[in-house]
Structures are given as structure tokens and as C-alpha cells.
Design a protein around this ligand. Structure first.
Ligand code: CA
Length: 250
């Protein structure tokens, strides 16, 4: 089970991960991709930093929640790998605080918990993705590259359907004229439904567009997030098309 042993950078380098596209997406505006690792377990942090540096990333490490938050605020990182259980404040609080400050740096949470609700919690606080420890370094790289490939620049056309209005420039969302606070994932799911309207969006395409690595995300994570959206926007705006996916009401 070598691949699933915790973090073996040597094995990763040997594998060369030929199926994974190299970073070349819109966030890769220079040759340097800067990562912040927030992890209090010294051995884990060192192994992560070593493996990621071997892949060509520039890596900084912080060992506490407050230190990670400050670094993420001001460090200009392309992505943050964020442990959940940290000294000071939790990773959940770090990511929630960043999102409240309208900081959209991609965040990949490294969770030691493995309950579905814990993971959904992390996403609801604004993380972009999560991995449950122990994880494969190859999978970590794939998830990280998927995050880095995403276009961070919102397309500035206001989208409207079913009484919902979404302004990508300000990320403001309104339902019947009242502002609605959405987590980043909820926002992305809604944005895809709005862009497709009145067409149906399949679960697979939502997984692909919002989670980036459909084969890795849990199959029911889309249902969980549609449920969150219905709670915030009203139950009737998003229709389930059984066996196909979802669409916004006409
Ligand atoms: Ca920890």
C-alpha cells in the first residue's frame, strides 16, 4: 500500500505523476507558485514542504492558527494548505475569517477528522477543497493543481434567474432583493446554476466545475450544498430533476 502511506515524496518523484497537468493555468502568472502550509505537526509540515519544494513550489510554513491567518492575509500566496486542528485558532476559523475579509485565496484543508459533516463544515466555512489525513501525496498534488488552474478573476456580468441576482464583480447575492451570505462553495454552485439557466446542470458537471476533482469528491456533496442553498434562498428556487441534476426555477 505504498501509495497510501502517508507522504512519500521519493515515491512521488519516481512516479513522476505523468497524468497530471503541470501548473499552467491562469493563476500561474509567473514561474513561481507560492504556497503556504499551515500545520503544527512538525514532521508533517516538514514532509509537506519538502515534497512540494521538490515539485517546484515555493513553500512557507506556519505552525499556528494566528500565524497562518496573518501569513495568508499578507503573504500573496497562490494557495494555502490548512490543517484543521491548530494551536490558537482552528483552521475553520482561519478560512472563515479570510472569506469574511473577501480574501479568496484557494484553501485546501487538511482534516484529521473523517466524518462527512466535518468535511462539509470546512467547505461551508469557505475552504475550496479538503483532504482527510492520511492522504496520498499524489492526490494532494492533483487537488492542489486543480485549485491553481481555476480562474480566480470573476466575470463581471450580473446573473439573474428565479428571483436570485448574483453580481460576480462584488460577489453579492440577493434573493428577492435581500442580501444573502453564501460560502464560497455555495456561491460557486449557485453561479453555475445561474449561468446554465434555464437548462439543467448535472451533478457531475457541478462536481467537476465546483470541486475540480470529481473522482475524489464524495458523490453526495452536491446534494449537501444544494440543501444549504435551499435553506438560504428558499426551498422552491432550485428544482431537482430526478436522475439528472438541478436547475433554477423558470
Ligand atoms: Ca494539527
Amino acid at each position: 500500500m505504498g501509495q497510501w502511506c502517508f507522504l512519500d515524496p521519493v515515491a512521488v518523484l519516481r512516479a513522476g505523476d505523468p497524468l497530471l497537468p503541470r501548473c499552467g493555468g491562469p493563476t500561474c502568472h509567473s514561474d513561481v507558485v507560492r504556497l503556504l502550509v499551515v500545520e503544527d505537526e512538525v514532521g508533517m509540515a516538514a514532509a509537506l514542504a519538502k515534497g512540494l519544494r521538490a515539485e517546484g513550489f515555493v513553500v512557507d510554513v506556519e505552525g499556528t492558527g494566528p500565524g497562518g491567518l496573518e501569513a495568508a492575509r499578507f503573504g500573496g500566496y497562490d494557495a494555502v494548505l490548512l490543517d484543521v486542528m491548530l494551536p490558537g485558532i482552528s483552521g475553520y476559523t482561519v478560512v472563515r475569517t479570510l472569506r469574511e475579509e473577501r480574501n479568496w485565496v484557494p484553501v485546501l484543508m487538511l482534516s484529521a477528522k473523517d466524518g462527512e459533516y466535518d468535511q462539509a463544515d470546512g467547505l461551508d466555512y469557505g475552504a475550496d477543497d479538503y483532504l482527510t489525513k492520511p492522504f496520498s501525496f499524489v492526490v494532494l498534488l492533483a487537488r492542489l493543481r486543480a485549485l491553481l488552474r481555476r480562474d480566480p478573476v470573476p466575470r463581471a456580468t450580473v446573473l439573474e434567474a428565479a428571483g436570485v441576482r448574483l453580481d460576480p464583480a462584488s460577489r453579492r447575492v440577493e434573493a428577492d432583493g435581500a442580501a444573502v451570505d453564501l460560502s464560497r462553495r455555495e456561491y460557486l454552485v449557485l453561479e453555475h446554476l445561474l449561468r446554465a439557466h434555464p437548462a439543467v446542470v448535472t451533478k457531475e458537471s457541478l462536481l467537476d466545475e465546483v470541486w475540480g476533482a470529481p473522482e475524489e469528491a464524495g458523490a453526495n456533496v452536491v446534494e449537501v450544498y444544494v440543501g444549504y442553498l435551499r435553506r438560504k434562498l428558499g426551498r422552491t428556487r432550485i428544482e431537482t430533476v430526478r436522475g439528472v441534476g438541478y436547475r433554477l426555477r423558470r
